[in-house]
Design a protein around this ligand. Structure first.
Ligand SMILES: [Zn+2]
Length: 81
């Protein structure tokens, strides 16, 4: 087995490719960014912009802070209904 194939640069490239794929398929950013507590939408500390327990719950699910989540939701409702 050629494990050494995927060391260093090659491994980083592979990871980057996988993350791009995940991003494309799910529309979500890789876990790395969310682990820092950042909103995937505004890239600011999400918990600082979650004003309720519901908001924090949403952040855990969607990766977006409550403000961005509300805005996205509001846009949907303003849309073509
Ligand atoms: Zn946000």
């Amino acid at each position: 087995m050629e494990i050494h194939h995927f060391e260093g640069k090659a491994l980083d490239d592979l990871k980057a490719k996988l993350e791009d794929q995940i991003k494309t398929e799910t529309g979500c950013l890789p876990r790395k960014r969310r682990a820092k507590g950042l909103c995937i939408e505004c890239l600011e500390p999400a918990l600082a912009k979650c004003y309720s327990a519901d908001g924090r719950g949403e952040y855990r699910i969607s990766g977006m802070c409550e403000k961005c989540f509300d805005e996205m939701f509001a846009e949907d409702e303003d849309g073509e209904i």
